[in-house]
Design a protein around this ligand. Structure first.
Ligand code: NAD
Length: 504
């Protein structure tokens, strides 16, 4: 049996295990980056079909809004149970469809389970404040109400977890969800939808069409963006996509959660623990073949640490196991497609032209001409310029020297994106400076761990061209609800605020 038939056949088996329809019917061809060959065909939605699904989600809203939040939480609990039972199959399908290594495919499903657990607890904690009123016999408070259907647009590189971050919160907040996954990874989306339907059937009284999936590219995503019946769109993807989506949402005064590109940096200080730093940088820069929004792309190394750290890092780059993500020994799987490979090579050529010394980067051998495996690249550069200022979605780490921490922080912040960041140091003052208002300008700032691999408990997202949205833990749920401020007069007089008189 060839690799092609085995992957396509395994995909069909996994989808059947997960309760999804066979992927044999439709115009959208899905390829596995493992060998670059087709693993399925699915039907695309057209604009009329998308409008019908959005209308169906609107119809589901009143009944779901009126279901008490802790009862809504029970549906999310059941969905989490389905994910627990099917973690192995869904995790493997993630690996086959987007190419991340198996432990990361499974980790993505674990992240879905974790956010479901979080959301179940949250369903009993959608708290508002009580507020002191300046008027006698008055009370003020905040109420949080469901918002309406939430559109979720997701990227290929986290094909299931990003949806779950949004969907688990939106569902306990009382909102139906409509998901437009990446056109590169529709099969995992259809599998998640099938698991959700199982949970809904066990729950027994969820309204029809509480969750739906729109299959297609940017045009179908635009149907969600432009529809007046979708009060919130959470869009994850490139800054280019965000630039297209944000003004259209603003034009109709819809809410946006934008989770866009990153160009994440780390600073290595003289007191850094070298062993720990090498491991953290290796995972953050090479893991997921450089295809995480939080991938480490820029490393600023103090002169005093440079000559110790760089040989260790280069050795890791030379020896890291690149290959099929289904092989347990592999740490770096394939790039998603040929375009990603070409973008990587173009960035490396540009860096060389700027005086960069490149280690790694070439294509690695594989059985298939349509698969793109690369040796991760480390580029030593004299200054931060050219391709360093952009996100190239591939495993390239640009390394630059510094001699003074203030200057390193300035350079760290001198890019358009503001997602995630790290400092490696044993010096309390350096760590606290990096975390302070004068330090990293990112939505995520870490000490002695890399910028990638967030837990669900914190709010996730970034500043500047990363879009400013927050998802997942902490109080990110507030974006999925509308806040009403209530003032209640339990007296017989009608005092006006600010001492205003209006005596009739
Ligand atoms: P992409 O921008 O090509 O596509 C992302 C999604 O947006 C897809 O579903 C796509 O169909 C849709 N889309 C594209 N144009 C659209 C439009 N005009 N209107 C509506 N929808 C549109 O991104 P990708 O290549 O799939 O993913 C990689 C990018 O995503 C990287 O830039 C990465 O940093 C970013 N990303 C960000 C986060 C985050 O949380 N900040 C997480 C994952 C990925």
């Amino acid at each position: 049996m060839t690799l092609r038939t085995s992957l396509a056949a395994e995909t069909a088996t996994l989808l059947a295990d997960l309760g999804a329809a066979p992927p044999t019917d439709g115009a959208l061809e899905v390829r596995s980056p493992i060998d670059g060959r087709p693993i399925g065909w699915v039907a695309e939605d057209d604009p009329a079909g998308a409008a019908a699904k959005i209308a169906a989600a609107q119809a589901a809203f009143p009944a779901w809004r009126d279901t008490p939040a802790p009862i809504r939480g029970q549906l999310v609990r059941l969905f989490g149970e389905e994910l627990r039972s099917h973690k192995a199959a869904l995790g493997r399908l993630v690996t086959i469809e987007c190419g991340k290594i198996l432990s990361e495919g499974l980790g993505e499903v674990q992240e879905m389970i974790d956010i479901c657990d979080f959301a179940v607890g949250l369903s009993r904690q959608l708290h508002g404040l009580t507020i002191a009123s300046e008027r006698p016999d008055h009370r003020m408070m905040e109420s949080w109400h469901p918002l309406g259907p939430v559109g979720i647009i997701s990227a290929f590189n986290f094909p299931v977890a990003v949806w779950a971050w949004n969907a688990a919160l939106a569902l306990v907040c009382g909102d139906p969800v409509i998901w437009k996954p990446s056109e590169k990874t529709p099969l995992t989306a259809l599998a998640c939808q099938a698991l959700f339907q199982r949970a809904a059937a066990r729950f027994g009284h969820a309204p029809e069409n509480l969750s739906s999936v729109l299959i297609g590219g940017g045009e179908i995503g635009a149907a969600l963006v432009d529809h007046p019946g979708v009060p919130l769109v959470s869009a994850t993807g490139s800054t280019r996509m965000g630039r297209a989506v944000a003004p259209r949402l603003a034009a109709r005064f819809a809410r946006a959660i934008l989770e866009l590109g990153g160009n994440n940096g780390a600073i290595v200080c003289p007191s850094a623990d070298v062993d720990l730093t090498v491991r953290a940088v290796a995972f953050a820069a090479m893991g997921t073949a450089g295809q995480r929004c939080t991938t480490l792309r820029r490393l600023f190394v103090h002169d005093a640490a440079y000559d110790v750290l760089l040989p260790r890092l280069k050795a890791a780059y030379a020896s890291v196991a690149v290959g099929s993500p289904l092989d347990e020994r592999t740490l770096v799987g394939p790039l998603i497609d040929a375009a990603a490979f070409e973008a990587m090579q173009a960035a490396l050529r540009e860096a060389e032209a700027l005086g960069g010394a490149v280690t790694g980067g070439p294509r690695e051998e594989s059985e298939s001409p349509d698969a793109f495996y690369v040796r991760p690249a480390l580029v030593e550069l004299p200054e931060q310029a050219g391709p360093v200022l952009q996100e190239t979605f591939a495993p390239i780490l640009y390394v630059m020297r510094f001699s003074e921490l203030g200057e390193a922080i300035r350079l760290h912040n001198a890019v358009g994106q503001g997602l995630s960041s790290s400092i490696f140091t044993s010096d309390l003052r350096e760590a606290e400076l990096f975390l302070s208002a004068r330090g990293s300008d990112c939505g995520i700032a870490n000490v002695n761990i890399g910028p990638s691999g967030a837990e669900i408990g914190g709010a996730f997202g970034g500043e500047k061209e990363t879009g400013g949205g927050r998802e997942s833990g902490s109080d990110a749920w507030k974006a999925y609800m509308r806040r009403a401020t209530n003032t209640i007069n339990f007296g017989r007089a009608l005092p006006l605020a600010q001492g205003v008189r209006f005596d009739l």
